[in-house]
Design a protein around this ligand. Structure first.
Ligand code: GDP
Ligand code: IMO
Ligand code: MG
Length: 422
């Protein structure tokens, strides 16, 4: 069996959580492969909206195995809160969640370092979620990090004290006031919670499931334009959000990757700083934000909004080897007479159709206009009832990217989705 992958093709928040939740019944195992609690994956069913940060989005289905893979970074504090919220809904996580021994731990001092680093950058700040992601991945690649497996070792406390001391030394370079003690108590309580779950070498677990013919779905976080190598650097996150990240973040060989489901919004959003070529700083942008409820699931920050960017989308498709496109939030565009799509960028030396090195060099996006569908598609449940103008929008995207759009999501609820292949 091969593992299929769900990942974001834009700047995150494409609706990956909802898509994973909807696909879960067709799989046996759901495995998060990178990122940490900077992610906020929303799911809606039975009038309940739930936001997941570190726990895979398959958790609300019975008899599935959910794995937090080695590529993920875990904050025990947030993990414990997340568990409590899910338990309240009657889900027994002890039966359905396993955690990689090799996943790295976010320490209280990582969070403080993140905040101190951002504060020192002033106007050039990344707009981080301040969850300690950057410093934790820095310690991982710097070979200083602590892993979940360490919490089972007798020298755990010494390791913690040693790394925290190192961070306190680092913090001296910043003129940043902090109080670490306030975080430590809840951090150690979170570690106790983590200890009560199966902590495994999940690369063996995943590969043995695949060997047995079980179906594995790998869940990405963030989006391709936030990838550490291929995103809009330095305004990115600190992990590989792309399909290759599913290999390194779970221990799956490239040849064992099957379908790559690329999720994108019918328009674009970005939260945090950095270039955003199709950003709309006008009433249209404000309209998209309000109609689409574009406020961060993790931080509550307003998301910047703009038209769909096919230059960035084609790039993301290339980097990920996307086999099927899943489009979300087309319902948010229901009121427009005219919808614009960026197909190229105008640069100083002419028009380009490929993503340039520095997105700040783009003078303006080149748009094509398509007719809007002017009808509320959030109530559409059958393929045959999709308005012609929306079908034209989809066909245009397919022609420009060369990849089929196989699923359209038309609202936040689990039921608001149409599989175009049915
Ligand atoms: P993720 O990080 O990729 O999982 O996405 P988020 O959960 O951060 O943001 C997506 C937001 O859009 C959430 O509030 C979802 O409930 C919502 N959503 C997902 N799909 C749709 C859709 O097709 N239409 C609408 N209107 N909302 C959607
Ligand atoms: P999901 O999985 C949207 C953004 C932050 C910031 C940059 C770096 O919900 O799609 P970090 O906290 O990683 O240091 O922040 O990346 N960012 C996200 N934006 N969705 C996310 O996750 C994001 N995770 C990080 O806003 O610009
Ligand atoms: Mg999100």
């Amino acid at each position: 069996m091969k593992a299929d992958v769900v990942l974001g093709l834009q700047w995150g928040d494409e609706g990956k959580g909802k898509i994973v939740d909807v696909l879960t019944p067709r799989y046996d195992v759901i495995a998060r492969f990178q990122g940490g609690p900077n992610a906020g994956h929303s799911l809606e069913f039975n009038q309940i909206k739930h936001v997941l940060h570190s726990i895979p989005s398959g958790i609300f289905h019975e008899n599935k195995v959910n794995i937090i893979g080695n590529g993920v970074v875990i904050d025990p504090v947030i993990f414990r809160k997340e568990v409590a919220a899910i338990n309240k809904l009657g889900v027994d996580l002890k039966k359905s969640l396993v955690i990689s021994r090799k996943a790295h731990l976010i320490l209280p001092s990582h969070r403080i370092l993140d905040a101190a680093s951002e504060a020192s950058k002033g106007s050039t700040k990344i707009g981080s979620t301040l969850k300690g992601i950057g410093p934790t991945y820095m310690d991982k690649t710097g070979r200083n990090g602590m892993r979940v497996g360490d919490i089972l070792q007798p020298d755990f406390r010494e390791k913690y004290d040693y790394l925290t001391h190192k961070h306190k030394e680092l913090l001296k370079q910043y003129n940043y006031a902090y109080n670490i003690e306030q975080f430590e108590e809840e951090w150690f309580a979170g570690v106790e919670e983590l200890r009560s779950y199966p902590i495994v070498d999940s690369e063996f677990t995943v590969n043995s499931y695949l060997q047995q013919g079980l179906k594995v779905l790998a869940e990405g976080a963030q989006g391709t334009m936030l990838d550490i190598d291929f995103g809009s650097y330095p305004f990115v996150t600190s992990s590989n959000t792309i399909s290759a990240g599913a290999c390194t973040g779970l221990g799956i060989a490239p040849g064992r990757i099957g379908e790559v489901f690329g999720v994108f919004k019918a328009y674009c959003t970005r939260v945090g700083s950095g270039p955003f070529p199709t950003e709309l700083l006008d009433d249209t942008g404000n309209f998209l934000r309000e109609k689409g409820h574009e406020y961060g699931a993790t931080t509550g920050r307003p998301r910047r909004c703009g038209w769909l960017d096919l230059v960035a989308l084609r790039y993301s498709i290339m980097i990920n080897g996307v086999t099927q496109l899943f489009m979300t939030k087309a319902d948010v565009l229901s009121d427009f007479d005219e919808i614009r799509i960026c197909t190229a960028y105008r640069m100083k030396d002419g028009v380009v159709r490929e993503l340039p090195y520095d997105l700040y060099d783009i003078e303006e996006p080149v748009y094509e206009s398509l007719a809007g569908w002017k009808t509320d598609v959030s109530v559409v449940t059958e393929r045959g009832r999709i308005p012609a103008a929306l079908t034209d929008y989809i066909r245009f995207i397919e022609r420009e990217t060369g990849i089929p759009v196989t699923v359209v999501s038309l609202g936040p609820d689990r039921t608001q989705i149409i599989d175009l292949r049915d």
